[in-house]
Design a protein around this ligand. Structure first.
Ligand SMILES: Cc1ncc(COP(=O)(O)O)c(C=O)c1O
Length: 393
């Protein structure tokens, strides 16, 4: 029994770490120092707001220290590292500001919005009415003038920018004035682009007028899997009140210590990392486009984020492509979204993106024998085992 689980994990690591090009935009890798904190004694411990548990003096300090680092990295008035995931951070936002029958405006899942926010997800749980942003798939962005009109007519209580499919900054500055006229709460789900925001290479939602920003800590941000909330003082304090005891009790302090160190890495190295992520995406997108792949938004330079989107017209056809790539150990989702965050963290640059594009072409277009491509994939991975943009050295 013990051998079974150890062996499964070992096999997984042998495959995904040593043999695979990991190009899922929701994933990243932690430095070994961050990983070490994740397996520290903190993972055994409890604290409670009312100090029910003794033995927490260092943990209490860790919580304050983590929040300070997060506030500094994101230029926020308040920070909270307790949400256990991006989804829970979204939940905290809605629980703090939404009432049944309120209108939530956000990007619909059909246009790449996060399904967890929509009718079958949290919006349904809170009995909210959902209203999709008018969206141009051609430009992969919200239609500003139409959105203004809709906001004026339906007066949404909550306006949430950000999405799961996100290649360009969303027009917060352009829409915040009209949304504020009707007293909307303006949020930004930064799950995907949190690391690019922290590195100052994407939009800065809080400076552009969002009251709160929330989401995952492990996509472009390279922390452990978890959630984070950044906000102005007024909205941040409301959300803090909501978290405990309703939505998070034990906040997993090993994760919070690990996240704090990842945020410190971001403070030092996040700018260079985020710049390289975006450069890598652009290079990969262009090379794939030149090979004839259906990369979206050529007219806009393809992407300004960690995502390169191939439009195969739906998940079914996307799955065919993703499975063929998996057969040579190139791992993407059925979107088909290709993410450059993890390979960038491993030190790959534009030159390697050209190699990746060529391997994708050999797999999908040339239909070359998988075994040969697999070997080339493993050879490329072998040169990039380290984790960069961290204090490990
Ligand atoms: C935009 C967005 N928000 C929230 C989430 C949920 O994040 P988590 O997986 O950390 O719960 C996702 C997940 O991919 C996402 O894409």
């Amino acid at each position: 029994m013990i051998d079974d689980i150890l062996s499964l994990v070992e096999q997984h690591e042998e495959w995904r770490v040593k043999q695979c090009l990991n190009l899922i935009p929701s994933e990243n890798v932690m430095s070994s120092a961050v990983l070490q904190l994740l397996s520290s004694d903190l993972g055994h411990r409890y604290t409670a707001r009312n100090h029910f548990y003794m033995g927490t003096s260092f943990i209490d300090e860790i919580e304050c220290y983590g929040e300070e680092v997060a506030k500094e990295v994101f230029g926020a008035e308040t920070a909270d590292l307790r949400p256990l995931s991006g989804h829970v951070a979204d939940l905290v936002y809605l629980a703090s500001f939404a009432k049944p029958e309120d209108v939530l405006m956000c990007v619909s899942p059909e246009d790449g919005g996060y399904p967890g926010m929509w009718k079958n997800g949290l919006a349904g749980l809170f009995d909210l009415k959902t209203s999709p942003f008018p969206f141009s798939k051609h430009n992969m962005n919200i239609e500003i003038e139409q959105a203004k009109e809709i906001i004026r007519s339906i007066k949404p209580r909550l306006v949430v920018f950000g999405a799961s499919l996100i290649t360009f900054p969303h027009p917060i500055k352009e829409l915040v004035g009209v949304a504020n006229e009707y007293g909307a709460h303006i949020g930004y789900d930064g799950s995907h682009v949190m690391g690019l925001i922290a590195g100052n290479q994407f939009q800065h939602p809080l400076r552009e007028g969002a009251h709160t920003m929330f989401g995952s800590t492990h996509k472009t941000l390279f922390g452990p899997q978890g959630g984070i909330i950044l906000a102005d003082k007024e909205h941040g304090e409301i959300m803090k009140e909501k978290i405990y005891p309703t939505l998070v009790d034990n906040a997993h302090w090993n994760r919070i210590a690990a996240l704090t160190l990842a945020l410190a890495e971001t403070r030092n190295f996040g700018g260079a990392y985020a710049k390289q992520v975006i450069s890598n995406s652009k290079t990969l997108a262009e090379a794939l486009y030149d090979y004839g792949f259906p990369v979206v938004c050529q007219h806009l330079g393809f992407t300004e984020s960690h995502q390169v989107i191939l439009d195969y017209g739906g998940f079914e056809q996307g799955r065919v492509i993703a499975e063929r790539l998996q057969s040579v150990n190139i791992i993407v989702d059925c979107g088909v979204r290709i993410g450059t965050c993890e390979v960038t963290r491993r030190g790959m640059k534009d030159e390697e993106m050209l190699k990746i594009a060529e391997m994708v072409k050999r797999t999908i277009r040339d239909e070359e024998q998988p075994e040969k491509i697999k070997k080339d994939v493993a050879r490329l991975c072998a040169d990039f085992r380290k984790v960069e943009y961290c204090f490990d050295d």
